[in-house]
Write a protein that binds this ligand. Structure first.
Ligand SMILES: [Zn+2]
Length: 279
């Protein structure tokens, strides 16, 4: 197993890994060498110089670990809504604090208005001696994370637009993140309700495949009914294929589609459309 060194005063990780095999005394000596050029003689001195807002140096270890895992998760996983994001953030923070044999709790205290500092960026009041969060210490942190693309909570029209894209591109991948797990599909031409997100996606995949073979490409246009299902100005999609027109109406919950109804009544020809075919 190869090992790398972490400075006991600034917690920087050395950029090289060394393999000692079974030579434990050499490994022990390796860790005792003073390799870091930070110049700090204690973690307390480092914390003072860095102006991190905390005095306990353990926070640096905890937050470095937290940031690595956090950015790794949010740059590789789709977190579909802010509830889940909040839950992930809090649970991960607790997990990391506990991992370092510590706990954090909010203790009531008297208000001291001098403590309310302006917080928008992380600039220190005076320049620290060195950068303790260099590349080796935060290996999983990407240069930029775009949260809006992966963490959305869409409203009904935004969801309709995404759904229409699936039809206009004959590609079910647009649906992966917008259908709820307990999704239901109904068609006025079919008696049975179809249950489940995966079942529906498989069904549409087959349907799109057959459409591609026939070259009768559908066009999905955004619009609305003045009145449908007892709702005024109900958003819809009008799908036109050859000479037939059907409408798509949906129900949503928590930013996901829970129900899709494919309908011929109300008449799709009475829907008001915008000549907008999302691609
Ligand atoms: Zn150091």
């Amino acid at each position: 197993m190869s090992v790398s060194r972490i400075c006991p005063n600034c917690y920087r990780r050395e950029g090289i890994r060394v393999n000692f095999g079974n030579n434990h005394s050499a490994e022990k000596e390796f860790h005792q060498q003073h390799w870091c050029d930070c110049g700090y003689s204690s973690p307390e001195e480092m914390m003072k110089d860095q102006d991190l807002g905390f005095s306990d140096a353990k926070w640096v270890l905890i937050i470095k670990d937290f940031l690595n895992t956090y950015y790794n998760i949010i740059s590789t996983t789709v977190i579909p809504n802010k509830d889940e994001h909040l839950r992930l953030f809090l649970k991960l923070l607790k997990n990391k604090i506990n991992w370092y044999d510590s706990s954090a709790e909010l203790i009531p205290k008297k208000r001291n208005f001098n403590e309310f500092e302006y917080v928008r960026n992380g600039k220190p009041k005076k320049q620290p001696k060195l950068n303790i969060f260099d590349d080796n210490g935060l290996e999983d942190v990407p240069n930029q994370v775009t949260i809006t693309k992966t963490n959305y909570n869409l409203d009904e029209v935004q969801l309709l637009i995404e759904y229409a894209k699936a039809w206009n591109n004959l590609n079910v991948s647009y649906l992966e993140n917008i259908l709820s797990d307990n999704f239901e599909y109904n068609s006025q031409w079919v008696f049975d309700t179809m249950y489940g997100k995966e079942t529906y996606i498989d069904y549409l995949k087959g349907k799109f495949k057959r459409i591609k073979e026939t070259n009768a490409f559908p066009q999905a246009e955004i619009g609305y009914y003045k009145n449908a299902y007892g709702v005024k100005n109900k958003p819809c999609i009008v799908i036109k294929q050859n000479d037939t027109k059907v409408s798509i109406i949906m129900k949503i919950n928590n930013g996901k589609i829970t129900n899709i109804d494919m309908v011929g009544f109300p008449d799709p020809n009475t829907a008001i459309t915008f000549d907008y075919f999302p691609k």
